[in-house]
Ligand binder design. Structure first.
Ligand SMILES: NC(=O)c1ccc[n+]([C@@H]2O[C@H](COP(=O)([O-])OP(=O)(O)OC[C@H]3O[C@@H](n4cnc5c(N)ncnc54)[C@H](O)[C@@H]3O)[C@@H](O)[C@H]2O)c1
Length: 331
C-alpha cells in the first residue's frame, strides 16, 4: 500500500472508526496524510472518541450500519483502501445471542467486500483475532498453525470473515491484510478484563469476582502499537493475502491483572475466583502468539504485557472517573 501524496490525499474508509481501536487508526491514518471516511453505527463506539478530528475537513464521520449493504454501498465510491474493524466486540455475548456474530461479523464482512467489489475498491485490512486458533497445541502460535477450530461464535465469525476475504482476493483480484490481534487495550476501551475489573470494584468495593481460576494467560497490546503495526504491515508486505499476528511477545495472567488493578487503584477488595480454567464458555485459557512474521518485516511492539496492563489501568481509571474524552487523553 503506497503512502498518499500531498497534493491528492488518498481516501481510507474505516468501518468501526468510532471504536476504541478504530479511532486511533483514524488518527494514525490522518498523520500519514490519508483522507478518512468513518462508517459506524455507534453501537459500542462513541462520537467523543473522534473528538480530536471533529474539525478536520479530511475526516468524514457517517452513521451507517454495515449489515445494510444497500445503504453502505454508495459510501465506498472514491475509496482507495478499506479498514474493516466493525464487529460485536464482546466475545461472551455470542453464547446468548447466537445470531449476533454471524450478522455483525461474517455477514457484515461479506457486505463490506461486496460494496468494495461494486465500487472497484480492491484493498482491505481486517481486524481478526487470536481466537481463530481455538485452543492451540503449539506455543507461541504461528500464523500457519492449523487446523483453525475456534471455540466461540465470535471466533467462528472472524474465521468466516478471513475465509471470505481470501476468497474475494482470489476471485476478484483483491489484496488483503488480515490481523489476528491479541488483547488490545488503551484509551476509549469499553470492554475487556481490565475494564470489567474496574467496573466491578466501583460497584462492589469489598470484593472482586474473577471469572475462572485466574491462571488464564494472554498477551496485551497497547492500542497505538496495534494501529502502527497494522499500517506498517500494509506498507511492508504485498502478497494477495497477508496474515499477521499482532501481539507482544510475552503474556500476563488474569490473577496478576487482578492484583495490579487492586494495587494501582488502592482497593482493599478481596479477590474471589469462580474457578475452572476458563472464564466463560469459549474463553481461551492460554494465548501466546508468535510475532516472528511481524518482526521479519521490521516491526516490534514497544511494550511488554505487564506495562500495557498498567498503562491501561491508569488510563481507564481516569476515564471512568472524569468527563474528558478518551481520545483527547490519548493524544
Ligand atoms: N480489543 C481487542 O482486544 C480486540 C481483540 C481482537 C480483535 N478485535 C477486533 O478489533 C475490532 C475493533 O474492536 P474494538 O476493541 O475497538 O471494539 P469497539 O467496540 O470499540 O469498536 C467496534 C466499532 O464497530 C462499530 N460497529 C459495530 N457494529 C457495527 C455495524 N453493524 N455497523 C457499523 N459499525 C458497527 C461500533 O460502534 C464500534 O465503534 C473489532 O473487529 C474486534 O473484533 C479487538
Amino acid at each position: 500500500m503506497t503512502a498518499p501524496t500531498r497534493e491528492a490525499p488518498r481516501r481510507a474508509l474505516v468501518t468501526g472508526g468510532a471504536g476504541g481501536i478504530g479511532a486511533h487508526l483514524v488518527f494514525a491514518l490522518r498523520e500519514r496524510g490519508w483522507a478518512v471516511r468513518v462508517l459506524d453505527n455507534f453501537s459500542s463506539g462513541r462520537v467523543e472518541n473522534l473528538a480530536p478530528v471533529r474539525e478536520d475537513p479530511q475526516v468524514e464521520v457517517l452513521r451507517a450500519d454495515v449489515t445494510d449493504l444497500a445503504k453502505i454501498a454508495p459510501h465506498f465510491q472514491g475509496v482507495d483502501t478499506v479498514w474493516h474493524l466493525s464487529a460485536n466486540p464482546d466475545v461472551r455475548r455470542g453464547a446468548v445471542e447466537t445470531d449476533l456474530d454471524v450478522q455483525q461479523g461474517t455477514v457484515a464482512t461479506r457486505n463490506v467486500l461486496e460494496a468494495m467489489r461494486r465500487a472497484n475498491v480492491s484493498t482491505i485490512a481486517f481486524s481478526s483475532s487470536s481466537v481463530v486458533y481455538g485452543h492451540p497445541k503449539v506455543f507461541p502460535t504461528r500464523e500457519d498453525y492449523g487446523p483453525l477450530l475456534p471455540e466461540s461464535l465470535y471466533g467462528a465469525s472472524k474465521l468466516g470473515s478471513e475465509g471470505l476475504i481470501s476468497a474475494f482476493c482470489h476471485s476478484f483480484g483483491f489484496r488483503s491484510w488480515i490481523f489476528r490481534f491479541a488483547n488490545v487495550v488503551g484509551p476509549g476501551a469499553n470492554h475487556g478484563v481490565i475494564y470489567d475489573f474496574l467496573k466491578k470494584i466501583e460497584k462492589t468495593p469489598d470484593r472482586l469476582e474473577v471469572l475462572g481460576d485466574g491462571k488464564q494467560s494472554k498477551g496485551y497490546l497497547w492500542v497505538e502499537d496495534c494501529v502502527q503495526a497494522m499500517i506498517y504491515a500494509t506498507e511492508h508486505s504485498n502478497d494477495a493475502v497477508n496474515v499477521f499476528n499482532l501481539a507482544p511477545e510475552d503474556t500476563i495472567s488474569v490473577a496478576e491483572i487482578a492484583q495490579k488493578v487492586l494495587t494501582l487503584t488502592g482497593s482493599k477488595a478481596r479477590i474471589e475466583y469462580t474457578g475452572g480454567p476458563r472464564g466463560w464458555p469459549g474463553d481461551v485459557p492460554v494465548q501466546r502468539l508468535s510475532i516472528e512474521r511481524l518482526k521479519a518485516i521490521g516491526y516490534r511492539p514497544r511494550y511488554r504485557s505487564a506495562e500495557v496492563v498498567e498503562k491501561a489501568i491508569r488510563t481507564l481509571q481516569a476515564e471512568l472517573r472524569g468527563p474528558t474524552s478518551a481520545a483527547t487523553r490519548a493524544r
